[in-house]
Design a protein around this ligand. Sequence first.
Ligand code: ADP
Length: 535
Amino acid sequence: MALAFDEFGRPFVIIKEQDQKVRLRGLDAQKANIASGMAVSRILRTSLGPKGMDKMLQSPDGDVTITNDGATILEQMDVDNQIAKLLVELSRSQDYEIGDGTTGVVVLAGALLEQAQKLLERGVHPIRVAEGYETASRIAVEHLEKIAQKFDFGVNNIEPLVQTCMTTLSSKIVNRCKRSLAEISVKAVLAVADLERKDVNLDLIKVEGKVGGKLEDTELIYGIVVDKEMSHPQMPKQIEDAKIAILTCPFEPPKPKTKHKVDVDTVEKFQTLRKQEHQYFDNMVQKCKGVGATLVICQWGFDDEANHLLMNRNLPAVRWVGGVELELIAIATGGRIVPRFEELTPEKLGKAGLVQEKAFGTTKDRMLYVEHCANSRAVTIFIRGGNKMMIEETKRSIHDALCVARNLIRNNSIVYGGGSSEISCSISVEAAADRYPGVEQYAIRAFADALDSVPMSLAENSGLQPIETLSAVKSQQIKENNPYCGIDCNDAGTNDMREQNVFETLIGKQQQILLATQVVKMILKIDDVISPSDF
Ligand code: ADP
């Protein structure tokens, strides 16, 4: 602070900007950052694995979400701390790239931070820790490739894919129906997959939900389901061999672009105007019928008069269909989206074997099913469930399962789950540590210890003694030279994960290790934190 005087001799105080900021330097900065990162990871730790707990999050407007998906929990938490936000980003990038393993990656990052803290307290320089972690992560990723296995699947042999999706679903709330949901997910992915190019466009899978019914009623529809109904209750509810006009132009007379005033001062003038308007509608309907359309799907609405006319002329119509849905319908039926009535031609019509409106239970809700399409490369997973929260969580779980199936189509290598691959990596990293003469050795060992935290959390969450269980499994892996021993979370009687059919994709697991190491290195390299103080 400094005292100064202006040109009239009045005193004023100059406060330096820096004085208003809180500044942490050196080891203090690292310790504070590590503590914030660990706090976030501690929250997710209890949600890991098949017996993991769920979290209930309430948004400011009162919406409640119940989930155990790491990315969703962090997304919905109102995180203020910048380091904590890095972990939220971490889980999000795992979600973008892989789609599964979002809890595991944060738990691993938390454990790496915890180990780093111990080393810093013992006087190891943060850069040495970061370098050691980098080396160790390379060893672990290479080791994963060694213990990975390839498995074959084909369009006629989808069982292996189903099994992997079931592992993903087994840790979710929906695990009661994991078999059927896994089958639905795999069939959906295979329906839209390009097996030659080994790629899957998940945008072609529409996931729709409606409250009501049971989770078991969830179904896969080779076509599109839209939450809309026919525009008039007297229009037919079922159209076979439908020729669909997909329109983004409104069913209404054109509006003048500039302002006009129309004087209607006589009955005749009014009637001419009405007639003209009627004529417009009539021409539009005629145009659609002329090219052979038996159903019109419209992005925009139309008024009662047009609606009535459509009904009278026997041309069923659906209005207010969203842009994304319109696009999917166009892809599925092989039609074109038409922006002007003049451009409508018979070739641009979409074709579907059956379009029907279905009602549910005793409610007035109706949905439109567009099935047996010309090109069934767009499919819909239609979820039923007791309440909105259940449906939302099922959507998230199905997203994970779809991602896992897609990853396997891209690369069919797998590693076994239940913490077995982490334990195996930990053993190999530990063994490699001896080969490094410098201080790095400690960091590499610390990395091995951090890897153990995943199986340890799995054991803890399943009500087992974490340290005893881990040491028993670890010694069994070494004794039997079997990298597939993991934590028997479900008390299935064996801890060989091959027998339990618990596996994850190799790229998912590698990504977890790489991303977690990257973020932890980044946090360790920050030695100066300047932030505005909050007074
Ligand atoms: P994420 O969001 O990271 O996928 P999950 O809560 O789905 O987290 O838990 C995944 C972890 O649970 C993985 O390490 C996986 O190997 C393990 N896991 C899943 N099913 C089983 C099982 N039946 N037995 C043991 N471990 C399992």
